[in-house]
Design a protein around this ligand. Sequence first.
Ligand code: HAS
Length: 542
Amino acid sequence: FHSKDGALVLAHILFAFGALFIGGVAGLLQSMVRSGTIELPFGIGYYQLLTAHGVLMALIFTTYFIIGFLYSGISQTLGGQLLPIVNRMGWVGFGLMSAGTLLDVVLILLNKASVLYTFYAPLKASPYFYVGLALIVVGSWISGFGIFYQLKYWKKMNRGKNSPLFSFMAVITMIMWQVATIGVAVEVIVQLIPWSFGWVETINVMLSRTLFWYFGHPLVYFWLLPTYICWYVVIPKVIGAKIYSDAMARLSFVLLLLFSIPVGFHHQLMEPGINQLWKFIQVGLTFMVVIPSLMTAFSLFATFEMHGRSKGAKGMFGWVKVLPWKDVRFFAPFMGMLVFIPAGAGGIINASNQMNAVVHNTLWVTGHFHLTVATSVALTFFGIAYWLIPVVTGRTLTARMNRLGIIQTILWCVGMFFMSGAMHWVGLLGSPRRTAFTTYGENAEAASWLPYYVTMSIGGSILFIAVVLMIYIVIKLMRSPKGVTEYPIGEAEENAEPAPAYLEKWGMWIGLSVVLILIAYTIPVMEMMGPMHYDSPGYKTW
Ligand code: HAS
């Protein structure tokens, strides 16, 4: 692996794990402060810690890891080295994002931005928090443009050829990100910054939430798509199999691009200010975005089964036995896949209008995203780290680290089983998502939630141990013996048909995606900005 690209990738990955560690500490502390188990000095409070936990885990760990991983893959598959300008763009992106992150973390720690990771109005942070967010977004755009540029150059050099599957998927991921972040950029620049500086007195809360969720839902697919890249492209190579269908993998990514964005209203189903018709349309589109995930499940089962049969596996589930259970590069992402089955089912429940009324704003939702992003995605990213760190540092994964990695994965799953399981259950009993337990005082209903809270903290503590173990593994990986580690990129089945060229008509897919967004959003946004809306002075959190 080229050393200059390796340094860029490593910087992203290490920053990501640094964020995971601090975010993990904040996660443990917030649960203890929320339940009243401890009181912290300097009045450090629940919402402050919850903001630190959410921002560092959900926004910073993921974004850095993803950009590092995508850069590594395009360097590997598009010419074996990044163009010097692309490498520089990667560093500029990294620099801007890091400046924004440091500014935001300081403000959160100073309690000047306890506005949670969703940060929409009416909660108001210090204006500099929003400036930090803008830097993070602009930095990620520059990194994204670097990826597009590398592909454009490769295409020029390889006229008429399909781009390699990894880079095709990386480009789709970043196109989706660039289109989605326009919403949050407008919210931050046009609404939040002028309002928090005091240039305007009030803010249109409905619009702010809508612009956030226009970005917030594709944000979760920005976490999922790189996870799918690993499942589609890396896992077949790791287990010694072939990719079931290159064309189907590409099609599922195109569908994810089309349907990930015009669905933000499924986070706002309980909001009175949006007409039912538009909610109905966006729920319909939400069910469309489930289809590529079902296609992914089908492809993965097919890959595993065909591989098993090629090794002589018999019976309906004989193929399960021949999978490399002792290889953490497979085991960690596989556990992520397994968890994604109930996690996805939970998502479908959330998206169903009537059932959303039962679960919205309860701990069920927190349980849902700890299975999706904090298990399926996180375990897959850990699974990638076990080979990516050795690849970019010119080292090897030792048997001891592999064993520790398996233990880490099991600890994570056990901790999450208790924590997320209890969250789902107590959510159905009505326990709210973000309100401190103590708020409900002596209420008998609230008292019945207590055993679930205890289970949540037991699970959370196991997870904290697993975070510390992961950080230990990362440090050890940086010092493992020198050697060459292969970058695992799978190949398609020999008799597979090549992917049709129209799948790479970027202009057409971006155009279609914009049309769907306009259909889903134009009229409701006009209504929100029309004469019937009320602006709010907001609530200053500091
Ligand atoms: Fe979600 C809320 C609906 C997927 C993350 N979601 C959230 C929030 C987050 C989040 C962070 O409609 C909270 C936001 C906040 O702070 O308020 N979600 C869905 C739907 C899906 C879905 C329909 N969510 C995700 C993913 C996330 C994520 C992925 C992160 C990565 N979600 C919602 C809704 C809400 C919501 C509502 C709002 C709730 C509210 O009221 O506030 C779908 O995309 C899910 C499709 C997935 C599947 C599963 C396919 C299974 C596969 C694995 C195959 C396994 C194999 C191994 C092959 C259909 C691909 C098996 C081997 C064996 C041996 C068995």
